[in-house]
Design a protein around this ligand. Structure first.
Ligand code: GDP
Ligand code: MN
Length: 385
């Protein structure tokens, strides 16, 4: 789950990371009011869950409250990379001397958190990693030790931070790490962390990604979820207890188990070549009860790109014949003419396939292996089955 900039910065503030003391507005009038209270020039910032707002015209400087209102009017309702702006953040404008990047993420290779920093702040870190990888400094953080003072100083030194800022930088880096772990985040990022004209450090932008699997114990953060920014299908899926991620391909995937779902997507990609790919990641969980299959089917069918559906179900504790009944019952509830390829494996898979064959539905095809299933689904998506 992504937090908005203003939510991330409020979180940072709780850890005493210096942030601008702005506020959030949903209307141009509110923006004017906030700007008037702040006094002086302000920056009007689109709150959308996507990076590069600055370049897209979503971050603008206003000299006074009138201008802030005018800019808010322009930015509210704007679409940035497909995300509609519903709120703007009005922050006092900062006098920027230098922009730094500071972030923490999970490093799967070393199995611990890693702090990353770069003197090239304000630019997206992926771009820096691509164009100038040596500019990114990394420090692994041991889970039992946390970020040590010397590590923060190593970073400060490596990014050529003037020595008078080292103490403040160390405090910010350690606070960011605490914020990251306390929040069960997979990313906590300040970009840019700026040196201001007054010689202080200030977190101008904030981004946090919270691990969805930890939201059960992060109630306060869970409530911050902005569902207006998510594809509707993902929202419905979450309610139904399904893990669904929409993808741009044509083949709907109905799979039990996350690993099997990944493999199914890989196989579609492998045989689909250019132009044909999976329409979604979907894990319907163990077994394949009719109501879950039906819910999943509705979600897959809501995507107009879908041209064929590949069922890849492994019968373990749930037997293949039960799965087959579940699928047929779901197809009875949710009618569709789209070609469906069903591959059943595991316990009682033969019985299961027999049940499906007997149902004699013209748009249903069975597959003995995943390879065959993937190839048939691709042919079906091309209208060649
Ligand atoms: P992003 O483009 O979505 O990452 O949004 P940011 O909040 O990082 O803003 C983009 C850029 O706008 C920053 O790197 C700064 O250069 C500039 N910017 C943001 N806030 C201010 C401000 O208060 N004053 C000035 N002068 N520039 C700002
Ligand atoms: Mn930024």
């Amino acid at each position: 789950m992504n937090l908005h900039e203003y939510q991330s910065k409020r979180r940072f503030d709780k850890y005493n990371i210096p942030v601008p003391r702005g506020d959030i507005a949903s209307t141009p009038e509110e923006a004017r009011q906030i700007a008037r209270e702040l006094g002086g020039s302000v920056v009007v910032k689109a709150q959308v869950l996507v990076g590069g707002r600055g370049k897209a015209g979503g971050v603008k400087l206003a000299q006074n409250a009138d201008e802030a209102e005018e800019l808010a009017r322009q930015i509210l309702g704007m679409s940035i990379k497909g995300h509609i702006v519903h709120k703007v953040l009005i922050d006092p404008a900062a006098n920027i001397v230098n922009e730094i990047y500071l972030g923490i993420t999970n490093d799967r290779q070393t199995g611990c958190a890693v702090m990353m920093s770069s003197s090239e702040g304000g630019v997206e870190i992926e771009q820096v990693a691509h164009e100038n990888p040596n500019a990114i400094i990394r420090e692994q953080i041991g889970p039992s030790l946390g970020l040590r003072d010397y590590q923060a100083r190593n970073i400060a030194n490596a990014i050529n931070l003037p020595r008078e800022h080292w103490a403040a930088f160390t405090a910010i880096a350690q606070a960011l790490y605490r914020c990251y772990t306390d929040s069960d985040a997979t990313l906590a990022e300040i970009n840019p962390l700026v040196i201001t004209g007054d010689g202080t450090l200030l977190a101008l932008d904030g981004k946090m990604i919270i691990d969805d699997n930890a939201l059960f114990r992060q109630k306060e953060l869970a409530e911050m979820r902005d569902t207006s920014a998510e594809p509707e299908a993902e929202r419905i899926a979450r309610k139904a207890g399904l893990t669904y991620v929409k993808l741009p391909g044509q083949i709907g995937c109905m799979v039990n188990g996350a690993g099997l779902a990944m493999t199914t997507m890989d196989m579609i990609k492998l045989y689909g070549g250019e132009g044909i790919g999976p329409a979604n990641f979907l894990d319907i969980g163990g077994g394949a009860q009719a109501d879950r299959v039906a819910a999943a089917l509705r979600i897959i069918l809501s995507d107009p790109n879908v041209k064929a559906i590949l069922f890849n179900i492994f019968g373990g504790i749930t037997r293949g014949d039960e799965v087959a009944h579940g699928i047929l019952q779901a197809l009875d509830e949710v009618k569709t003419d789209l070609p469906m390829i069903i591959r059943l494996a595991g316990t009682n898979s033969e019985e299961g396939l027999e049940i499906i064959r007997e149902a004699n539905l013209s748009n249903i095809h069975s597959a003995a292996t995943l390879t065959e299933g993937a190839k048939k689904a691709i042919a079906a998506a091309r209208g060649e089955l």
